[in-house]
Ligand binder design. Structure first.
Ligand code: SF4
Length: 207
């Protein structure tokens, strides 16, 4: 991924976080700040930003990677086939973006051609996610996919090695699972993703 020095990326994220906290008191300010953001080069190629969707007081927060083409076009995260799969899996444990889950991505703008996000883009955008977490106050975070998991946990470890354990992010328990788009291409892993959701539900019940 061409990572730069981690301390420098963290420093950039801290500066951006302070700027956002200074400018954005609550949801209204944050929802104005994201569409206006030009902090990284992705603002030049986006159709629109993709902020997030769901219950703003949810106990569950699901975090993916970045908007794809459909999300960029429609302005909502996890739409299309992957979104429908995610909604079906959530529905099976009585969760839904309509009532008790919030869903967003690490990046709020689409990387061209769905390429992997660059480290400086993540550093510039992460403070928005941190602010969302502060405002939502979720009890549990689910990181969906390699990129979200590696970014939020600051690791190069594989999804396989990160699954099945309770990690921490921003002072909250975090569980790792596969990205729904990956599951569409690798149907046998759906049962593992289901096991991850059941594990997450058990973890939530024990909080
Ligand atoms: S990806 Fe994030 S940091 Fe970059 S322009 Fe979009 S909102 Fe701003």
């Amino acid at each position: 991924m061409g990572l730069g020095p981690v301390w420098k990326l963290r420093q950039q994220a801290v500066v951006q976080q302070e700027k956002i906290q200074g400018e954005a008191g609550g949801w209204i300010e944050l929802k104005q700040a994201v569409p206006a953001c030009t902090a990284c080069g992705l603002h030049k190629t986006r159709t629109q930003t993709v902020f997030g969707v769901g219950d703003e007081n949810a106990d569950w927060l699901l975090v993916g990677e970045a908007p794809g083409a459909e999300e960029d076009r429609l302005g909502d995260p996890f739409v299309g086939q992957a979104g429908r799969l995610l909604d079906a899996m959530l529905g099976a444990i009585d969760l839904s973006r309509e009532k008790n889950v919030y869903i967003c991505n690490v990046l709020k703008c689409r990387p061209p051609g769905n390429r992997n996000p660059e480290p400086d883009e993540v550093a510039k955008c992460t403070p928005f996610l941190l602010r969302q977490i502060e405002l939502i106050g979720p009890k549990l975070i689910v990181a969906m996919g390699r990129f979200a998991a590696q970014t939020l946990l600051n690791t190069d470890a594989s999804i396989a090695s990160l699954r099945g354990r309770v990690h921490q992010y921003a002072g909250r328990p975090l569980i790792v699972t596969y990205h729904p788009a990956y599951l569409l291409r690798n149907l046998p892993d759906k049962s593992k993703a289901w096991a991850d959701l059941v594990f997450a539900r058990r973890t939530m019940a024990g909080l």
